[in-house]
Ligand binder design. Structure first.
Ligand code: NZQ
Ligand code: ZN
Length: 400
């Protein structure tokens, strides 16, 4: 199944050393927004950040304000999906002007990521875009504390140190991370997700699913616990996800999907293993250039990324086929891998998720050229073998 080099490398592979620290307090369940009063410091001057107004329509804003009536609260709304540097910088000015001491993000991953950026940018003296442009070289030294009321299960941002920000001026979408921007607490009330449009529910399930895959479908390094944890999250998304589409008011399904999405990217699955993330990095370019939603971009790239690297990913793909999709153990690895890829596409489609560039009217050739140029210009290379560079990304996109 695997090439010679990989067989040799893999034989010696063992779990990587790791350090795991997760300082986010999770407060989970119906009615838990009422705990905000206890979770936010008494003397805080709070900036409540939100998006386009869903929280005002579904009652989440009213619940937050009720719980926060003992502290001073200012608001900043209008953080867009794929939060932009331009909008976030307006909130940074407001925080500085008003002496804000605590940021409370109320919404989905975009509001939270935008708030993470704002929190790190406020005390920073240079241009905070450098956190993204020179990730790892220019890092936040300080940040306002952040709390979160999550309304969309998808990104895992509520329990991780990552943020993804877009810059309109240059059509870029880039990520950064810092322990300092990890939420101090996140309130996850599954009831808040009942007002989500079907499309956002679908996107959330697919995003969480692909997060697991980026950490799981690589090559084995003898990590049976992490592998089984990854399989467990995938199975819950496959079993419970569709229920949230059929009956938006099924609390149990909402709760299970919400916790699965958090578990998919709270870094628990990535300890000790090798990771891919090339689907995400190519996907970010599709969003940056064509404006398609994050999860939509992933559903297009992932199946082709797997098909083109089926040999090297073969052992994990066939394990995934058997353990998650129940493919017969007697099937040959390659056949099992093919079946798993097909079943994944069928699952995405069953949620109403398209999986081809053409579904969005995007020309694969033009797209491949643009992404190749951007990867080359930045010297980017991703994937568990570090070889998904501009040319490989273009090769993938040409088949999307
Ligand atoms: O803006 P509002 O009015 O709140 O409406 C939002 C938005 O239009 C709506 N929505 C959210 N909760 C709702 C609701 N509508 C009704 N009822 C509710 N309860 O949903 C729309 C999409 O929201 P958004 O926050 O953009 O979605 P999501 O949570 O999927 O976040 C996507 C962003 O997160 C980034 C993505 O790249 C994208 O920018 N990611 C962040 C990651 C991280 N920080 O770890 C990892 C991910 O891979 C991802 O890259
Ligand atoms: Zn994602």
């Amino acid at each position: 199944m695997t090439g010679n080099c990989d067989n040799k490398c893999e034989k010696d592979q063992r779990m990587n050393n790791f350090e795991y620290y997760n300082p986010t307090r999770i407060v989970f369940g119906a009615g838990m927004i009422a705990e905000l009063g206890r979770l936010v410091p008494d003397d805080a001057k709070v900036l409540l950040t939100y998006g386009g107004g869903s929280i005002k329509r579904n009652g989440v804003y009213a619940q937050c304000m009720e719980a926060l009536k003992m502290v001073e609260v200012l608001e900043f709304g209008g953080i867009p999906p794929n939060p932009t540097y331009e909008v976030c910088m307006r909130a940074v000015d407001l925080c500085r002007r008003e002496g804000i001491t605590f940021c409370l993000a109320v919404g989905g991953g975009s509001v939270l990521d935008g708030t993470k950026f704002i929190a790190a940018a406020v005390p920073f003296e240079g241009d905070p875009w450098l956190f993204l442009e020179k990730r790892g070289e220019v890092v936040p030294k300080d940040a306002l504390p952040i709390g979160c009321v999550l309304t969309l299960p998808a990104t895992g941002s509520e329990m991780n140190p990552f943020a993804v920000i877009s810059k309109e001026a240059t059509r870029e979408k880039r990520a950064f991370d810092s322990e300092l921007i990890q939420p101090r607490f996140s309130i996850l009330d599954p009831k808040t997700t009942m007002s989500l449009p079907r499309k956002q529910v679908r996107n959330g399930i697919v995003d969480a699913f692909v997060h697991v895959c980026e950490q799981y479908i690589t090559y084995p390094v003898n990590t049976p616990l992490q592998d089984r944890q990854a399989q467990a999250v995938l199975k819950v998304l496959i079993e419970e996800g569709p229920k949230t589409l059929t009956d938006p008011f099924d609390y149990d399904a909402r709760a299970n999907v919400m916790w699965a999405a958090t578990s998919a990217l709270n870094r628990h699955l990535q300890v000790g293993v090798v990771q891919d993330w090339s689907t995400h990095m190519i996907g970010h370019e599709l969003t940056a250039f064509y404006g398609i939603a994050h999860a939509e971009s992933l559903a297009i790239v992932l199946p082709v990324r797997w098909r083109l690297d089926k040999k090297r990913k073969g052992r994990k793909l066939s394990q995934y086929a058997r353990e998650v999709w129940g493919v017969e153990p007697t099937k040959k690895d390659e056949e099992a891998a093919d079946e798993a890829i097909d079943k994944t596409v069928t699952f995405f489609n069953s949620l109403g998720m398209p999986t081809r560039l053409a579904d969005y009217g995007i020309d694969a050739r033009e797209c491949a050229q643009k992404v190749r140029a951007r990867f080359n210009e930045r010297g980017s290379a991703f994937g568990e073998h570090g070889d998904i560079d501009g040319n490989r990304a273009a090769e993938i996109l040409l088949q999307c």
